[in-house]
Design a protein around this ligand. Structure first.
Ligand code: ZN
Length: 325
């Protein structure tokens, strides 16, 4: 089945073998990044962020990001993804400097073009600021985004530790991105409850929410989400791996979907959470009895909520529809 994925962190999607190889080439030691099986090691969310940043230390140049993008898209295409939006962070790509960021962006875009020719997968970028780096650093990321906004660089968002600061602290950055005609999304409702989601919608005026699953704790908010058609980028495997929910059966995606909330499915940081798009679909089918019809509907929802141009959506929609028999 062809799939649309809206929530994927580029560094977080790096195959462990790729990062290991890169570190070896550079003679770098990545202590504590891998477990004894060669997977990414992490115990909880704080540790995950630590390991994520340690693994990212091997990625130093635009050329590294070119190779990373190819490795990630090859993997996504294997699982039927035909369109993906990936979070890119100028903090990791050039330290928030606009001129340096342009070089990284160019390398990533060239790799994306190459992957599109080879695997038929289309990529678009969303700049994210990192919440725990603070509002001033976020403004630099927003400036990078605003300066490079294009048909390819289509959005702005915020990731990182949700418990640090308040959404309003980042309103300036989101306003700057909005003025540059970028689409907006924000991580919320993963580590904070309904209030964090409400504050995010009010103060950052986003079109989509990354995760947003803890809306389920407030029925009025669930109704408001359904009514306002704000789309949730739900990553069930990530939530279960990090202990937001103890298991798939407890995950609220089924209830949110039944309540009419526009949900979509993504992998977040797939190798960190031992998941793939195929794995997510298999577990959802198994847990909630969802069939191909439901998945097609979710993929259409995701494509409608994508930040790319309408003519591209029209082309991709044809690839989602099953061929007539
Ligand atoms: Zn995420």
């Amino acid at each position: 089945m062809n799939k649309i994925e809206l929530h994927l962190h580029l560094e977080g999607a790096a195959p462990p073998a790729f990062i290991r190889g890169l570190a070896q080439e550079k003679g770098m030691r990545l202590d504590g990044v891998f477990d004894e099986n060669g997977h990414y090691a992490h115990t909880d969310f704080a540790h995950f962020l630590e390991v994520y940043e340690a693994a990212t230390a091997a990625l130093k140049t635009p050329e590294d990001y070119h190779r990373l993008t190819l490795a990630v898209l090859e993997e996504s295409a294997k699982h039927g993804v035909i369109y993906s939006e990936t979070f890119l962070s100028p903090d990791f790509c050039g330290g928030g400097d606009v001129a340096a960021w342009r070089e990284y962006l160019q390398a990533i875009q060239e790799a994306a073009d190459q992957a599109e020719r080879t695997h038929g997968i289309v990529l678009r970028g969303i700049v994210t600021c990192i919440r725990h780096f603070g509002p001033d650093q976020a403004k630099r990321a927003a400036l990078c985004a605003a300066e490079t906004a294009s048909d390819w660089l289509v959005g702005f968002g915020i990731a990182g530790a949700e418990t640090v600061g308040e959404p309003i602290d980042f309103a300036y950055s989101f306003d700057m991105a909005r003025e540059a005609d970028l689409h907006l999304t924000a991580h919320a409702g993963e580590w904070r409850g309904p209030k964090g989601i409400r504050d995010t919608i009010r103060d950052l005026r986003v079109e989509r929410i990354g995760h947003g699953v803890r809306a389920i704790e407030d029925p009025a908010l669930v109704d408001e989400l359904a009514e306002s058609e704000i789309v949730l980028e739900v990553c069930p495997g990530s939530n279960v791996a990090l202990g937001v929910y103890p298991d798939w059966a407890s995950h609220p995606i089924g209830k949110l979907y039944s309540a009419g909330v526009k949900v979509t499915v993504s992998t977040d940081d797939p190798p960190f959470f031992h998941t793939t798009m195929t794995h997510e679909y298999d577990r959802l089918a198994e847990t909630f009895g969802w069939d191909d019809g439901v998945f097609l509907e979710l993929n259409k929802t995701a494509l409608q909520a994508a930040f790319c141009r309408d003519d591209l959506k029209t082309d991709l929609m044809k690839r989602l529809e099953p061929p007539d028999v």
